[in-house]
Design a protein around this ligand. Structure first.
Ligand SMILES: Cc1cc2nc3c(=O)[nH]c(=O)nc-3n(C[C@H](O)[C@H](O)[C@H](O)COP(=O)(O)OP(=O)(O)OC[C@H]3O[C@@H](n4cnc5c(N)ncnc54)[C@H](O)[C@@H]3O)c2cc1C
Length: 401
């Protein structure tokens, strides 16, 4: 089998890349190690930067997003006794959208499959071969047990953090920079109307809490927990009691409801560079992950793919490798900006471990920082620009050409 671009992974990065390539008349074949149902049902991100919404809208993928998603013009930052709203349009002229990754993935699958996109689901033993040659290949076993080979001009590694693409790049030319955080997030999806119109990021002596939402009837809530905690320790009652304590504010109450899903996720910042080796290009979580505090993971995947689709278009349609040669360096600028903001938000909002000898001092620093961030217009503008993705627009100037 031969195609122009072989794509490993059909998460949001891989699906959107195939869509943007197809719009330029470039053919691709995708290889995914899970079933469509599994990928579609994976509950993850939910906040889209304005630039991500524009990318999806311009690509003809915004119809349901605009109908069923909701525009959010701000967030709340809370610490005991105080809840402050940051008004994004006033502070930086932009907004964000709340639209679940599950919904976006569904839209992408529907569109890709309607356009005849070839996707091999439930593939196993996936390998990228000769990526540093002119004839890269993807080899795998298909769901019927047959060995398959895809010969391509380029390979896009969009297979997430646990995929095979990143590991295809020799360790001798890769640099990994990472930080493991000493806590985790317990997340629940609950069948209950959100108790808030916009996301609440709450600092509390017991730990951070986030009230997010997926729709008018489904809420997504998170608690900071110990890194080695076990979800079995957390009954629904215990979760809701902790959420109510951490979000407590006079005149406001948290509505609880049936829990649809719950799990614990460790937090990590991780960047592997370069994002290219020969004819293999990495995009999304395959190359970098951020703690979810800044709501950047999905947005970064979309930004990488937008850049990569344009660069591949230049190479295939105009015979110019210029943008492909710059892809890794250009993409990494945005990756580091988002990594910085995610780390900054995470450090400000998550309380230190009780056994940290500096815990008392650090908590005081966090409260002081939160007072500044919610009291100074300059500081609020910084948060607004980064949260909406506006601070990265300069970097995206590349795409306006
Ligand atoms: C539990 C969790 C919660 C998150 N919450 C948030 C959040 O609140 N906000 C936020 O912004 N981000 C969040 N993220 C991050 C966000 O979901 C990711 O950044 C986003 O999914 C990246 O998209 P991707 O396509 O690069 O990778 P993925 O979504 O991981 O997609 C990769 C695809 O490749 C497939 N694959 C893997 N290995 C192989 C292989 N060997 N061969 C073929 N296919 C393979 C996978 O099955 C998957 O379908 C969360 C992530 C996790 C794990």
């Amino acid at each position: 089998m031969r195609t122009q671009v072989g794509i490993v992974g059909s998460g949001p990065a891989g699906l959107l890349l195939s869509h943007l390539l197809a719009q330029q008349g470039i053919e691709s074949v995708m290889v995914e190690d899970r079933s469509r149902e599994y990928v579609e049902a994976r509950v993850r991100a939910g906040v889209l930067e304005h630039g991500a919404v524009k990318t999806l809208t311009d690509a003809g993928l915004g119809e349901r997003l605009h109908r069923e998603g909701s525009r959010h013009d701000g967030i709340y930052l809370q610490f005991p006794g105080e809840r402050h709203r940051l008004d994004f349009p006033d502070l930086c002229g932009e907004s964000v959208w709340v639209y679940g990754q599950t919904e976006l993935t569904r839209d992408l699958f529907v569109s890709r499959l309607a356009h005849g996109q070839q996707i091999y689901f439930e593939a196993s033993d996936v390998h990228i071969v000769d990526a540093d040659s002119d004839q890269p290949r993807i080899t795998f076993i298909d769901s019927d047990g047959h060995a398959q080979v895809i010969e391509c001009d380029y390979v896009a590694g969009c297979d997430g953090f646990h995929g095979v693409s990143r590991a295809t790049i020799p360790e001798s030319i890769r640099t990994v920079r990472e930080r493991h955080y000493p806590f985790a997030w317990l997340g629940i999806l609950a069948q209950v109307a959100p108790s808030t119109d916009e996301l609440i990021y709450a600092w509390h002596p017991d730990g951070f809490a986030l009230h997010s939402m997926r729709s008018d009837t489904v809420s997504r809530l998170y608690l900071q927990v110990e890194l080695d905690d076990d979800i079995a320790n957390w009954s629904d009652d215990r979760i809701w009691d902790n959420l109510a304590t951490r979000f407590a504010l006079d005149g406001w109450s948290l509505e609880s409801g049936p829990t649809l899903e719950k799990g614990i996720t460790p937090m990590r910042s991780y960047v592997s560079a370069p994002m290219r080796w020969g004819r293999l290009f990495l995009a999304g979580d395959a190359s970098h992950i951020v703690p979810p505090t800044g709501a950047k993971g999905l947005n970064l995947a979309i930004a990488d793919v937008r850049r990569l689709a344009e660069a591949m278009g230049h190479a295939v349609l105009h015979g110019s490798d210029d943008l492909l040669n710059r892809y890794s360096d250009d993409a990494l600028q945005r990756v580091w900006q988002s990594t910085y903001f995610s780390w900054w938000m995470t450090s400000m909002l998550h309380t230190p471990a009780a056994n940290d000898p500096d815990a008392d001092f650090l908590r005081q620093m966090q409260i002081t920082q939160l007072r500044y961030v919610t009291g100074s217009r300059a500081a609020m503008e910084t948060v607004a620009e980064n949260y909406t993705g506006k601070s990265m627009d300069g970097i995206e100037g590349l795409l306006a050409r």
